[in-house]
Write a protein of this length. Structure first.
Length: 281
């Protein structure tokens, strides 16, 4: 059902998707679906399965770029002795990533996790400089302050609008405000000299970012465009053909339901892609 947005259930399906994209000049971001894990065993299994990505990619001479959710590897679990399991598992993943010159992004989840995720990002970015990045969401009021507070790390940040259903007490209810804040965050991060992942399918925003970079003398090597696998393939190809770095986020695995629900919620038109996929068999 979710075929349009998900590469498949198996890691091999996702690796195949990366190779196909690479032939078209687009890089991949591998994302093993799964989140909000409550058992230690399950969190450790996810960690092993994420480590398997590095084994599968090693030696292919393709960039290795993985996205993880800290809630998937134990952020909600405190071990006896007080250690956070998510942080411990993230260290295992990052040690492996560093050895392969790979990159790992920490996805941003719902608002109650922002504080702990940014705190753990700070710890990890200090221990594994250049190997880890995270995500900021333009819909949250707090985000510009978060961006400033991270500036000393010179962080690699992905800027997104935000995909979770958040209350007005923490997030802009109006799309105009979210879009405005999105541009503001991207421009500020670029101006501060930091690497910026512009993750959106919004063509007006993408065009504005291109113009801003040109006008401000920001080199193309300081930013990239990121889009979701299966969404606006035409736009992905156009940007790559224009010479921009483009990465597509490729989810795979069995736990596609939450991911899929967010895609439908943000764009009901996505339902029709899925229905077409179903009709095709
Ligand atoms: N939303 C989040 O809340 N957290 C994330 O970590 C996150 N990662 C994303 C990665 C990529 C490559 C893209 C394209 C989107 C991501 N999103 C994430 C989803 C966006 O917040 C947003 O819901 C989606 O892109 C639709 O908005 P658009 O019109 O800007 O494309």
């Amino acid at each position: 059902v979710a075929q349009r947005f998900v590469a498949g259930e198996q890691l091999a399906d996702a690796v195949r998707a990366v190779e196909e994209l690479e032939r078209r000049g687009i890089h991949g971001i591998l994302d093993l679906l799964g989140e909000m894990v409550t058992s230690e065993q399950e969190a450790n299994t996810f960690t092993e399965n994420i480590l398997a990505i590095f084994d599968a990619m090693e030696g292919r001479e393709l960039p290795i770029y993985v996205s993880i959710k800290l809630s998937q590897i134990g952020q909600d679990i405190t071990l006896p002795g007080g250690e956070n399991l998510g942080l411990r598992n993230a260290r295992r993943i990052l040690a492996r990533a560093r050895a392969l010159n790979a990159f790992v992004a920490l996805d941003m989840e719902d608002h109650p996790r922002v504080d702990i995720t940014l705190e753990q990002f700070r710890t990890l970015a200090t221990e594994f400089p250049g190997t880890v990045g995270t995500v900021l969401q333009a819909y949250l009021y707090r985000t510009e302050a978060d961006r400033k507070a991270l500036d000393d790390l010179k962080p690699n940040l992905r800027i997104v609008k935000g995909a979770y259903l958040e209350p007005e007490t923490v997030a802009y209810p109006s799309k105009t405000d979210v879009d405005m804040n999105y541009r503001r965050l991207v421009y500020a991060h670029l101006k501060a000299g930091n690497y910026t992942c512009v993750a959106s399918h919004d063509e007006r925003i993408i065009e504005d970012v291109k113009l801003f970079a040109e006008k401000s003398g920001i080199p193309r090597s300081q930013f990239e465009f990121q889009l979701l696998y299966g969404i606006r393939r035409d736009l992905q190809q156009k940007l790559a053909d224009e010479g921009y770095t483009v990465r597509a986020y490729i989810p795979y695995g069995r736990d596609w339901y939450a991911y899929f629900s967010r895609r439908i919620a943000e764009r009901p038109a996505n339902v029709s892609f899925v229905l077409r996929g179903m009709l095709k068999g």
